[in-house]
Design a protein around this ligand. Sequence first.
Ligand SMILES: NC(=O)c1ccc[n+]([C@@H]2O[C@H](COP(=O)([O-])OP(=O)(O)OC[C@H]3O[C@@H](n4cnc5c(N)ncnc54)[C@H](OP(=O)(O)O)[C@@H]3O)[C@@H](O)[C@H]2O)c1
Length: 261
Amino acid sequence: MVRWRPSGATTIVSGASSGIGWEISRQLAMRGATVIAVARRGDRLQQLADSLSGAEGKIVPMAGDLTDAAFRDQIIARAGSISDGLDLLVNNAGIGGIGPFADATPDRLRRIMEVNFFAPVELTRLALPMLRSSGNAVICNVSSVLGHRGVPGKSEYCASKFAIHGWSDSLRAELARSGIQVTLVSPSTTASEFFDVAIETKESASHRRRGAMSPDRVARLAIGAIEKRRDEIVLSPGGKLLVYLDRCCPWLANRLIARFG
Ligand SMILES: NC(=O)c1ccc[n+]([C@@H]2O[C@H](COP(=O)([O-])OP(=O)(O)OC[C@H]3O[C@@H](n4cnc5c(N)ncnc54)[C@H](OP(=O)(O)O)[C@@H]3O)[C@@H](O)[C@H]2O)c1
């Protein structure tokens, strides 16, 4: 299969108003893609579009809530008005939840699953006919190292990212003969607005960004994985170590995480 290329591509990126999604959108547009940039904050999406004068590609802002089925229909209709085929769908929008499961309300679990799992899965379902028309399309799901290994204090978030991980593996196999690649990207802690908006029960936000990767670097690595049509990529050395330890020696991972996690 030929390498995926941004130039001339029609793409959708969710969660484009900040952090990783902003950077993925910016870098794709700089390299010639048309990016339908999705998030709730329309003013931020417009800022992104305005910041790209001189870019080869362009940003098409689409403001709305991805958990709204009617809005998901509108995104696909907008893509259809630009091109018959969709070359890339980046399911990146996500929210976190911090604090023990026992202290949280059912609403936290429901909201996290709606945004991190049901919304991207249903957007993908709608996008599949257009992705098939592309002939060389990629679905990139931005998960997390916590979609490979659960840790305490983030149970609902881990569950949502494990769900995306399992669904991505199934979908990749189902689409293997169709020319559509499914690329799972698993970042570790990234310096974005993520922790500012997480649904918390406890803890202070101050210590959580130590050693964080920049969204710019996460975006470059993610786009590199898309271009190479990789199945999955774990971005940080610490993340790779955690995944490796969990696969090779789960009992040790369990003990270390219960003690220090
Ligand atoms: N930051 C980290 O440490 C980290 C680590 C591993 C994985 N990740 C994953 O990376 C992805 C991007 O996170 P980030 O770090 O860039 O966080 P971020 O800066 O908080 O960005 C999250 C994006 O999602 C959008 N969003 C949230 N809820 C939405 C909704 N209901 N409808 C539409 N858009 C919505 C937000 O836009 P609006 O508020 O404008 O809607 C924002 O653009 C997430 O899937 C996250 O789980 C992050």
